[in-house]
Design a protein around this ligand. Structure first.
Ligand code: FCB
Length: 455
């Protein structure tokens, strides 16, 4: 029996996001967010649900900290709801919102759990949306104001900050595919949104550092590796295009390479650029976007296998070819090798000083048996295989510093509603009772031994 041990000081945690767990959507002075508006508009969410109540974490956070403590989690990645802090997006500060996160941070620290907040996990104040949202440069300015307010209040205690979660999803799933809030199908708007997200990250990073001495700042990107279904030039080109669209479009500018030339050419040829081309980019933007960061957050779930036919005429989402490999209930192929490939690629191609896996996990709806136990063996297997892949990458020299399982709790899975369950802890949505699944108890053991028994 061999054993895989992770480096000393490796951080084991779990992640959530404000809109997916908090509920209390209009309490204590919180403003409306684009996700409130989107879910309250019929037809947008598969099961017609919303995050109005979600896991009620806003009221149950002390219990959730106890839960994390019972699992020996070392760190907790959560997000801060911008409209709780600045209900109109900018200007007037809502002290009750700051107090909520301040109490949460204090509670975590008392429990010995390191807070890793994300400033933006998609719940933009609706008022900013009404002024143009992320396609407007003024939203990037408002983000800096918001980041300043939050980090001035929490920066003494929080020492790990993530600016944005998954700019691809915000920009393209939200503005081009339209499956997420604000639900647009507008390529030029999506491209502008992506730029303003990166810009706001770069502008905020030095502000966060000033307010939070000695802190580490990073951004979280989602990665989907794209494999060609065959070696035909058309399939290879399709994989190149979608790699540019999902991965390089964000990585390249952050690491000083500006937008990938092949993608700018493709977008221009396909008529996707704004009428003025890239004139919305100002000369100093590049320097801002490349603001030094301390780590890159990596969200990894799956890969896609693409042929020329998987590129739909209307350029919406690419469809992954059947490979025969297992898929989770999201329809996402289980491909742990991709995590190993990805971590190596990020390290050898872009050299971030350090990496954290800020999300990795699987949707399986296994629920309680007659005795109340939840045997989510498939999630446990998924995590074990991905931990093993991460360990191999570390052996290869990748400076991976921690791992956050998605998710601590079953929660509101955006456009899919509550049907998809990613939690290592089961949530009964009738009673809101939490029950650790087998995967959570196994994870506790992984944390205790700082690795895998490999048995
Ligand atoms: C990621 C999101 C996260 C969750 C997982 C399944 O794209 O960051 O909130 O929905 O997917």
């Amino acid at each position: 029996m061999s054993k895989l041990t992770f480096p000393n000081n490796f951080v084991w945690g779990a992640a959530t996001a404000s809109y997916q767990i908090e509920g209390a959507w209009d309490e204590d002075g919180k403003g409306e967010s684009i996700w409130d508006r989107f879910t309250h508009t019929p037809g947008n969410i598969a099961d017609g649900s919303s995050g109005d109540v979600a896991c009620d974490h806003y009221h149950r956070w002390p219990e959730d900290i106890e839960l994390m403590q019972s699992l020996d989690l070392q760190a907790y990645r959560f997000s801060i709801a911008w409209p709780r802090i600045l209900p109109r997006g900018r200007g007037q500060v809502n002290q009750a919102g700051l107090d909520f996160y301040s109490r949460l941070v204090d509670g975590l620290l008392e429990a010995g759990i390191t807070p890793f907040p994300t400033l933006y996990h998609w719940d933009l104040p609706q008022d900013l949306q009404d002024e143009g949202g992320w396609p407007a440069r003024s939203t990037a300015e408002a983000f800096v104001e918001y980041a300043d307010v939050v980090t001035r209040h929490l920066g003494d205690r929080v020492k790990h900050w993530i600016t944005h979660n998954e700019p691809w999803v915000i920009a393209f799933l939200g503005h081009q595919i339209g499956e997420h809030a604000p639900g647009w199908q507008d390529w030029p708007a999506a491209i502008k949104a992506s730029h303003h997200l990166l810009l706001s990250h770069g502008w905020a990073a030095p502000v966060i550092r000033d307010n939070s001495p000695g802190c580490e700042v990073g951004i979280t990107l989602n990665f989907t590796l794209t494999f060609p279904a065959s070696s035909s030039p058309a399939d290879v080109d399709t994989a190149r295009f979608f790699d540019g669209y999902m991965n390089r479009w964000f990585l390249d500018p952050l690491y000083g390479r500006r937008y990938p030339a092949d993608m700018v050419a493709d977008y221009a040829a396909q008529g996707h650029l704004p009428a003025e081309g890239l004139a919305f980019i100002q000369p100093n933007d590049w320097e801002a976007i490349t603001a030094p960061t301390d780590f890159l957050g990596v969200n990894y779930y799956t890969r896609v296998v693409l042929s020329a036919e998987s590129r739909p005429q209307d350029q919406l989402e690419p469809a992954s070819q059947a490979t025969g490999l297992e898929r989770t209930e999201m329809g996402w192929e289980v491909f742990p090798e991709g995590l190993y490939n990805l971590l190596n690629r990020l390290h050898f191609d872009y050299q971030p000083p350090k990496l954290f896996i800020t999300e990795n996990g699987a949707s399986y709806s296994d629920g309680p048996d007659d005795a109340g136990n939840i045997d989510d063996q498939r999630r446990l297997d998924y995590l074990r295989q991905h931990f093993t892949a991460a360990h191999r990458a570390i052996q290869n020299g990748v400076p991976l510093a921690g791992y956050f399982v998605w998710s601590l709790l079953d929660n509101f899975e955006w456009a899919k509603g509550y049907v998809q369950r990613f939690g290592v802890v089961w949530v009964d949505y009738e009673t809101l009772e939490r029950t650790p699944k087998a995967s959570a108890l196994w994870y506790k053991d992984v944390i205790a031994r700082n690795g895998l028994a490999n048995d």
